[in-house]
Design a protein around this ligand. Structure first.
Ligand SMILES: Nc1ncnc2c1ncn2[C@@H]1O[C@H](COP(=O)(O)OP(=O)(O)OP(=O)(O)O)[C@@H](O)[C@H]1O
Ligand SMILES: [Mg+2]
Length: 414
């Protein structure tokens, strides 16, 4: 549990700022605390020279450590970077791989080392070194997993910081545009971090939930349903069913495929989604109006993924209207972006809650998993687009999905 708490704390550090120095130094503090270590450092890979250099050294009393360069394959950090495997040395005196060059410069005395690769999308970006950690002798699988996850997140933060830096250099953006880009990056990162965390939790939860559900079903057969004890078992069954749904949803969410864009007729896409949504319902008193736009264009989307996103928005709309009312779907172009707007006249969302509705597990419903809009936002982001919600409590909600629907190699379809 301590490990999961650390990943959660870590996610909030990563998301607190785009100032990479802050993020790195706070992350290392957290690792030091978790591993009961004396000090941590981060090496970054200089891809051009194929060398590692100190990106962050939390112990550098003379300020000259940053000049050190380590070749790939050389020493401990170099080996970790070239093999992508973690190295644990519990006693440097007894291990021939240890080289005291850095200690000689800083005056620090390295007794043990845990070195973890920083990777993003399979590429090595650097290495984290945890020195003199008390837990080195009892470093179990869980702790290794946590270190890999944390290093992966440091990798995402490093890549994003570079991306943001390049954006700043290459484009003259207004202050407002910069702020918006920054907010978007933070949101994507936060959702990715939560995805990893949720996957770890789902994995732990699946088996016990199935066992509890199975035993509760057996108990139900043994107990008379009119007695209070039978009703308690019903509650256990309902809640385990909800947890089971959450586990399935989380596992699917974390393994959503990349969209495969194919040419689709917009009107067919919408009709298909409405049809797919109705198929899962028994009696539905909700009406869906599709306001077709002129031209009925062919667009490029992943038909199945976008259909899933639309079905999830339709379900929310229907649930917000207590199963009856009218949902209106309208579409239009804004430049090369297609906008699909879905409106309902349901209960609406209070203003303060709107930013939270995209977060995994955020739900206001008894039987909700809180995953619907997380899927929608992930799928639309995969199409290079975004989802916006505007809503007034008691009046209704509009969900606007927008994405660039023409392929760069196709002629303008407008
Ligand atoms: N059209 C809507 N009208 C009112 N509230 C909405 C609407 N769409 C989303 N919400 C709010 O956002 C929350 C999150 O929605 P989301 O689809 O992610 O999860 P959920 O519907 O609660 O559960 P799930 O979709 O996993 O069964 C909802 O619980 C609800 O409070
Ligand atoms: Mg939903």
């Amino acid at each position: 549990m301590k490990e999961i708490k650390t990943i959660a704390q870590f996610s909030s550090i990563i998301n607190s700022s785009l100032d990479i120095d802050d993020v790195l130094s706070n992350s290392m503090l957290l690792i030091e605390e978790l591993m009961e270590a004396e000090v941590c450092s981060i090496f970054e890979l200089d891809k051009e020279k194929n060398e590692l250099f100190f990106r962050l050294a939390r112990y550098d009393p003379h300020g000259n450590i940053k000049k050190i360069r380590i070749k790939m394959g050389e020493g401990i950090a170099g080996s970790v970077a070239s093999t992508g495997e973690m190295i644990v040395i519990s006693d440097t005196k007894k291990d021939g791989r240890f080289n005291s060059m850095v200690d000689d410069i800083t005056g620090f005395q390295t007794k043990s080392i845990v070195a973890v690769p920083i990777k993003n999308k399979g590429r090595i970006l650097g290495v984290i070194q945890v020195l003199n950690c008390k837990r080195v002798a009892s470093l179990d699988e869980n702790m290794r997993e946590v270190l890999f996850i944390v290093a992966g997140q440091v990798g995402i933060a490093m890549e994003n910081a570079k991306l943001y830096g390049r954006l700043k250099e290459n484009f003259v953006l207004t202050k407002a545009e910069l702020k918006e880009t920054q907010a978007k990056l933070l949101r994507t990162e936060r959702l990715a971090a939560m995805g990893q965390l949720s996957h770890a939790v789902a994995h732990e939860v699946r088996n016990p939930v199935m066992a509890i559900g199975g035993f509760a079903r057996r108990l139900k057969k043994m107990l008379p349903s009119d007695q209070l004890s039978g009703k308690y078992v019903d509650v256990i069954l309902q809640e385990t069913a909800r947890l089971g749904k959450m586990v399935v949803e989380v596992e699917r969410y974390t393994s959503l495929p990349e969209p495969e864009l194919k040419q689709v007729n917009l009107s067919d896409l919408l009709k298909n989604a409405v049809h797919g949504w109705r198929k899962n319902q028994q009696e539905v008193a909700t009406e869906v109006k599709i306001k077709s736009m002129s031209g009925n264009p062919e667009i490029y989307v992943d038909k199945e993924l976008m259909k899933e996103a639309l079905i999830r928005v339709l379900s929310n709309a229907q649930e917000s209207m207590d199963q009856k009312g009218v949902i209106t779907i309208s579409t239009w172009w804004e430049g090369k972006w297609i906008i699909i707007s879905l409106r309902d006249h349901g209960i609406g969302i209070v203003k303060e809650d709107i930013p939270r509705v995209f977060e995994p597990f955020y739900t206001s419903k008894m039987q909700g998993a809180g995953m619907g809009l997380s899927f929608v936002s992930q799928i639309v982001a995969g199409h290079g687009g975004e989802v916006k919600i505007s809503s007034t409590r008691g009046v209704g909600t509009e969900v606007r999905i927008s994405f660039p629907a023409t392929r760069s190699d196709s002629s303008d379809l407008i």
